[in-house]
Design a protein around this ligand. Sequence first.
Ligand SMILES: Nc1ncnc2c1ncn2[C@@H]1O[C@H](COP(=O)(O)OP(=O)(O)O)[C@@H](O)[C@H]1O
Ligand SMILES: [Mg+2]
Length: 309
Amino acid sequence: MIQASNLQKRFGDLKALDGVNLDVHSGQIFGLIGPNGAGKTTLIRVLTGLLVPDSGRASISGFDVLKQEHDARMRLGYMPDFFGLYDKLTVREYLELFGELSGMSGKPLAESIEASLAAVRLKLKKDHFVDALSRGMTQRLALARTLIHDPDVFILDEPASGLDPAARLEFWDILRGLARRGKTVFISSHILKELEGLVTHVGLIERGRMLFSGSYEELVQAGATRRVRFRPVGNVPSERVVGLVTEGGGQLAGIPGDEYWEVEMDDDDEAVAALVNRLVSAGVGIALPPVAQDRLERAYLQLTGRDVS
Ligand SMILES: Nc1ncnc2c1ncn2[C@@H]1O[C@H](COP(=O)(O)OP(=O)(O)O)[C@@H](O)[C@H]1O
Ligand SMILES: [Mg+2]
């Protein structure tokens, strides 16, 4: 539903986008995460057809955002990172204005406004002035505006900024509802934690480059750690053993006492092997803890007289 290949965009010497690829499918909630200045808004402006990249291409629902601009736009709902001020309009007038700007009128527009307001839970506020809305309601109104022409793809630039936790959760709930109906949601944030529990897929962007793009599970796996337990045996002083552990990037979890030590490290066989090598080379004996389940199983098998082998 959203595709991009090798997008490049420079502002003078600055590479705002440096070879960005994307492939977002229907029903996904894709979180674009990166610090301020990473290139999130630039990428979004390219995807929405508002900014022409130096090279590369992008499409929405299979329509090239530049060559088939109209088709792409019709399938896209875009919520920018700022909210235009139309203080003297009521919620309904505000939506009428944007509906008319997108070429709708009469009954279809009126019905669409009702449906959009229901979807963002603002039905009761339709005759209120826009400037009387809370920040959370303002953001929901901005989302309602993108719903009017019933697009397939939603691109939202940092919609949670300035929302309190309750307002944010309500907003997430509305977005989840859209995804359940098969819509595609693309949302940016500079805070990974903020999107936890919402996104199904994640792209990590920094200095215009995608450092990671994949499912939320894959991301969690990529950052996974492993806990290794052992007891040093022999005469090497504890401080020296601590030094050997931390040298390889390991972190001691808990205080080394006469119980087993616990080291948190990358979930990677080679890192674990390197730790063992380092310890053994320094003359540290390594005693491993018994595996509780095996002992139970063996005891059970022995007690029941079954063959252990
Ligand atoms: N129109 C522009 N002219 C010059 N530099 C820009 C322009 N738009 C963005 N930039 C620069 O490109 C980089 C990425 O900006 P932006 O995409 O807005 O980042 P983000 O949305 O992740 O905070 C920043 O260094 C920003 O200053
Ligand atoms: Mg931005």
